[in-house]
Design a protein around this ligand. Structure first.
Ligand code: SAM
Length: 319
């Protein structure tokens, strides 16, 4: 359906857990927010009910994210339930890839179409530093496995931080040389304390593009994907640039979010959210109408540039 600004809203991102097996410095500094004891996550049945309602009001694409989605033991059931919903044409996941080697095949069988894998360093020690103890080898194995089982296209998400991993830009670009990977650089957003306090560490995508004349423009961002794509002669893959800080793509935004504790968040860069669980438990017959209203009232644009301070970090919202 269309919101009040005429944007077709057809993409839902669901955070199925706040828990994560990594503690990335910019996502959950100091490890706070990575492991939660509480058990009030949406159940697979509740997720299915909400997505069924979303599909009835026009959602066609669903991304499962977190926290780390692969830390949920019932992840394949969740995927299977969503994949079986009429009207859902594309089902994707964002993961850090740590457990992917073991899971990729089962996820594919359950109905997952494709994957984004986060990877912020290609150096073991730096990967460990950024992720608070993660092992690079596990994510690299996960990437290979995802390609092997045909979860195509595999997209790599890299958040560049000045003085931390910006010395690896060309190494990341080279990942797209021999394999059909889409390597995407995402500008650091002021979500969570690290992003809020380190705006001087943002690497603007235009700096990367301007310094590399070998990049050949392929495709502008569209409402379907926020990345602008480039390639290099002879490369099998592509290089994408997602620029929420330097180029707003709000006028083409087609997404809403569902948090792991059952709140619908119509805009990543605004703090508004609505409790869908209350309706689901007490007035399920009004669920479609409730979702329609939230979509219709989706904010016009994010406010990252106006000292935006997020009430949640990314592991709580689902990136
Ligand atoms: N655990 C999964 C993973 O690592 O991909 C999914 C959740 S993670 C929150 C999703 C994405 O959000 C990651 O690619 C991460 O780099 C990105 N992210 C987290 N905080 C961010 C920030 N402040 N700015 C930009 N991207 C951020």
């Amino acid at each position: 359906m269309r919101d009040r600004f005429g944007r077709e809203i057809e993409y839902l991102r669901i955070s199925i857990t706040q828990n994560c097996n990594l503690k990335c410095i910019y996502c959950s500094p100091g490890g706070s927010g990575c492991v939660h004891e509480y058990t009030s996550y949406l159940t697979p049945e509740e997720i299915e009910q909400i997505v069924r309602s979303m599909a009835r009001v026009g959602i066609k694409k669903v991304r499962v994210t977190g926290g780390e989605p692969l830390t949920r033991a019932d992840i394949c059931e969740i995927i299977q339930r969503i994949a079986g919903i009429n009207g859902i044409e594309d089902l994707m996941m964002t993961t850090n890839g740590i457990n992917l080697d073991k899971m990729a095949e089962k996820l594919k069988e359950a109905g997952l179409n494709r994957l984004n894998i986060s990877l912020d360093s290609l150096k073991e020690d730096k990967f460990e530093y950024i992720t608070g103890g993660g092992k690079l080898e596990n994510t690299l194995k996960g990437i290979e496995k995802a390609l092997d089982v045909g979860l195509n296209p595999v997209k790599i998400n890299t958040v560049l931080i000045k003085g931390v991993n910006d010395d690896e830009i060309d190494d990341f670009i080279k990942l797209a040389k021999a394999r059909p990977l889409e390597v995407r650089f995402i500008e650091l957003m002021p979500i969570g304390k690290y992003g809020e306090q380190n705006s001087d560490k943002i690497i603007y995508n235009s700096e990367i593009i301007n310094a590399r004349p070998e990049l050949i423009f392929c495709e502008d961002s569209t409402k379907g994907h926020p990345a602008t794509y480039y390639t290099i002669e002879g490369y099998k893959g592509k290089i994408g640039f997602i620029s929420p800080m330097s180029h707003k793509f709000c006028d083409r935004c087609n997404r809403i979010r569902l948090t792991s504790d059952g709140k619908i968040k119509p805009c990543l860069g605004s703090n508004g959210e609505e409790d869908v669980m209350e309706i689901l438990r007490n007035n399920p017959e009004h669920l479609d109408e409730f979702i329609q209203r939230i979509i219709y009232e989706k904010p016009m644009r994010h406010h990252f540039e106006q000292d935006f301070s997020s009430a949640r970090n990314m592991s709580m919202i689902g990136g």
